[in-house]
Design a protein. Structure first.
Lengths: 155, 641
């Protein structure tokens, strides 16, 4: 539905196009785009944004912390998500987007550099709780934040 | 809205579990870590330091009681360490203790890949071959042209899934040359052979399943018609193995696993381990809880050496899977072991396990340096192994008998080794357990020395060990095996072992089993390899990017040069077409410890990077990611004016 509107908008924005893609090449339903990572071509259309049903619930964040350890997220992304085999989730760099919906998709669909597609294995609820936990990282609300690192050897 | 589901059920749905519950934070962050105050807090006193050798033999000669496996890498460098014995000794002597300060950069080349550049180039037929980190490109540089242009660049396009399965950055430790081919491993668990002249792929063989966490990072060793390779992935519950491939075709000739039934390990009637603890039927099964050996790690990601006289290859094995030792009671053979195999069929001649039921992640993949030398008045075929455990092992490489095991860095997990039984004399208070926080274990998981190889000079009888002085806090927690994800059951924090130094280039007198000097690095562990030369200069790089040249006899610093990125690779040396001696090294911080320099790692998390960030707090101040080959040569004295 949203894809259909998007295509109409695209066509309207580019009247010079000699072929108007009003339907997918095979004539079937266009593939769903849950949360676009890239920009949306053409003006005026916003993608629908999925929202975390748990919002900023501290209980959900605590549950997410448990899944973070239990599903071995900590092994790759660090015990407090500071990175390692996988990138830090504490920093401000989000290659695939930092919104709740983007983080959900990164977990559910996996990413090409080794991030597994957890959506095949985990209930949606657990993934949203992981999102809740990840969004507390580095904030006052962080569940079990890292303890301070002792000062380095004297210079 | 929130329902707290039973954790156990949810996790069981994913696959096997070790232990009954899932990991929690209980006990993990019970307190802050205090860095040990003095060396004596963290280690048993090492052997008293001895004097360095009084004098050196005449130029071009070796000490009379030392014999190395020939050929040594004189003009070219065809094998990962230069030679079969892994001495990393080049007899080239144009660059010497008197003129080394005249070294100048004569060429550089960026690889364009800002990740850890472990290993070293090869030089064959006036061509230099550089293997990059993932995507594992192979670059051929024309040495006949002084400007060093490329001949070609081979792009193997490995599966990018491997990037997220590799425990410790996307490194590669180099290649071997044989039969007109450059043979090396791809991160996605394939071995590839490339025509050394044309840069065209000759064959590619799949060795492991990257989706299960198997990767490859080690440098193959070619022995006769076989390329010997091993897998990585001990942090992801893979099953470690060593594989021999036909150099001509890439076909697998034999595979020796390091866990499982004797038939898989390639143990038969010829298996004659020295110690009773390493004898028995199917130890690779019986020393594990049921089926745990299938996830038992014991990978082969380090160096392989070869003795043509005995026709034996020697390799180490990595940590057992899972990290948490309480989850796998038993000795866990053949993890953390040195294994001698017949080069032709892989049959094990002997094996010696260094840490039964390893509880610290002391992989024993470090190099095994093969030297014939006088030991207590008698010439013996020795194997020198500066271990992750912090002990310097001297073994008889024919039998596997341990002749000596002395600490070369502060060590407190064990007081030493009982040479009668081959067992460590453990300090029970430093063995981590489930649910408890064990503080101040030294060395840390990265070891008294990591994979980065030492060098041995037959002119001094000294081994040059690039060492770490890093300690850790280790907490055992529950673990879940989920294929293709880390399988740890541990939460680790590492930190400097003293305020004075964290790295140490140890000059080690092999015959007397003691250090003769230490050159200490305050900031970081030494995570690059060492080169020894006939000019009595030894070279190595530091993680803050200094290339250093020391006097091989005294350890005196003769020259240093600041590189644009930290060093985790190994210096090598060769003769150019002009007959001059050159020195080559990579600048390119990375690897397990060095990946803390990457923007993708947040240093405020002491448990990031499998727990290394506490030891590397200063890294981003002192270096940054890059990937550059540097080539040095002596400046003509007339030109320098």
């Amino acid at each position: 539905m949203s894809r259909f509107l998007l295509l109409i908008a695209l066509a309207a924005a580019h009247p010079g196009c000699d072929r108007r893609p009003t339907e997918s090449p095979q004539g079937g339903a266009p593939p769903p785009v849950k949360t676009p990572v890239g920009t949306i071509p053409g003006p005026g259309v916003q993608a629908p944004v999925a929202t975390n049903p748990f919002g900023s619930s501290p209980l959900a964040a605590r549950a997410g912390r448990q899944w973070f350890l239990g599903y071995n997220c900590a092994g790759c992304h660090g015990g407090h998500a500071g990175g390692g085999m996988g990138p830090s989730l504490r920093d401000k760099t989000w290659r695939y987007g930092s919104s709740s919906a983007h983080i959900f998709d990164s977990i559910a669909e996996g990413r090409s550099n080794g991030m597994p597609a957890w959506g095949v294995k985990l209930p949606e609820e657990h993934i949203w709780q992981l999102v809740s936990y990840i969004q507390t990282l580095g904030t006052e609300e962080e569940v079990n934040p890292p303890t301070p690192i002792p000062p380095p050897p004297q210079q | 809205m929130l329902r707290t589901l039973p954790l156990v059920l949810a996790v069981l749905a994913l696959g096997r579990t070790a232990g009954a519950t899932v990991p929690t934070d209980a006990g993990v962050d019970a307190g802050t870590v205090d860095a040990p105050k003095t060396e004596s807090d963290v280690g048993y006193a090492p052997q008293p330091q001895g004097p360095p050798p009084a004098k050196l033999p005449p130029r071009g000669q070796q000490l009379p009681n030392i014999k190395l496996i020939e050929p040594l890498p004189s003009g070219e460098w065809r094998l990962p360490a230069g030679d079969y014995g892994n001495t990393r000794y080049s007899p080239l002597a144009q660059i010497d203790t008197g003129n080394v300060k005249r070294l100048r950069v004569v060429n550089t080349m960026g690889t364009g890949i800002p990740r850890g550049h472990e290993g070293n180039p090869l030089v064959v037929d006036q061509t230099m071959y550089v293997v990059t980190p993932f995507p594992n490109e192979l670059i051929a540089i024309d040495l006949d042209d002084p400007t060093g242009p490329l001949k070609w660049r081979f792009h193997p396009h490995p599966d990018p899934t491997a990037v997220g399965k590799a425990c410790c950055d996307v490194v590669n430790r180099g290649a071997s040359y044989a039969d007109g081919k450059i043979i090396y491993n791809l991160l996605d668990a394939h071995t590839v052979a490339v025509d050394a002249k044309t840069g065209k792929e000759v064959w590619r063989t799949k060795i492991g399943e990257v989706n299960r966490g198997e990767t490859m990072t080690m440098a193959p060793l070619v022995v006769k018609n076989l390329a010997i390779v091993g897998n990585s992935g001990g942090e992801l519950g893979v099953r470690g193995k060593v594989v021999a491939l036909d150099v001509a075709t890439g076909k697998i000739v034999w595979t020796g696993y390091n866990t499982g039934p004797d038939a898989d390990v390639l143990i038969g009637p010829g298996y004659k381990p020295f110690y009773a603890k390493d004898r028995g039927v199917d130890l690779g099964v019986t020393t594990w809880p049921p089926d745990q050996w299938k996830l038992g790690g014991s990978t082969v990601w380090g160096w392989i050496s070869y003795d043509p006289g005995l026709n034996l290859i020697y390799h180490g094995t990595g940590n057992p899977g899972v990290w948490n030792a309480d989850l796998r009671p038993g000795s866990n053979h053949f993890s953390c072991a040195i294994v001698a195999r017949n080069a032709d069929d892989g049959q094990v001649k002997w094996a010696y396990q260094l840490t039964p039921n390893d509880a610290w992640d002391y992989d024993e993949v470090n190099e095994n340096i093969l030297v014939d030398m006088e030991w207590k008045g008698k010439m013996r075929k020795l194997l020198l192994h500066p271990g992750r455990t912090g002990f310097m092992f001297v073994l008889d490489r024919e039998t596997g008998e341990v002749l000596s095991a002395e600490a070369f860095v502060p060590v407190n997990w064990a007081k030493g080794y009982d040479l009668k039984t081959g067992l460590p004399i453990e300090n029970p208070s430093k063995r981590p357990h489930m649910g408890t926080v064990t503080k101040d274990i030294c060395p840390s998981s990265s070891g008294g020395k990591e994979f980065n190889p030492a060098a041995f000079s037959p002119r001094t009888g000294l081994l040059y060990i690039p060492a770490h002085n890093t300690c850790m806090e280790f907490t055992g927690i529950e673990a879940n095996y989920i294929a293709g994800t880390p399988y740890l059951g541990a939460s680790v924090k590492m930190y400097p072992g003293s305020k004075e130094f964290q790295g140490d280039l140890v000059g080690w007198d092999v015959a007397n089993a003691r250090a003769v000097w230490h050159v200490k690095e305050k900031l970081f562990p030494l995570n690059g390899g060492v080169l020894a030369t006939g000019g009595d200069v030894i070279f190595y790089g530091t993680m803050d990017g200094w290339l250093k040249a020391l006097h091989a006899r005294t350890g005196e610093l003769l020259w240093k040069f600041k590189l644009p990125s930290g060093v985790v690779g190994n210096p090598m040396t060769y003769l150019g077409p002009d007959g001059k001696q050159y020195l080559a090294i990579y600048a390119g911080i990375g690897g397990w410890l060095g990946a803390t320099a990457f923007p993708s790692v947040s240093l405020e998390d002491p448990r990031a990077g499998l727990g290394v960030t506490g030891a590397m707090q200063q890294i981003k101040r002192y270096t940054s990611p890059s990937g550059v080959l540097f080539v040095f040569a002596l400046e003509d004295p007339k030109e320098g004016k």
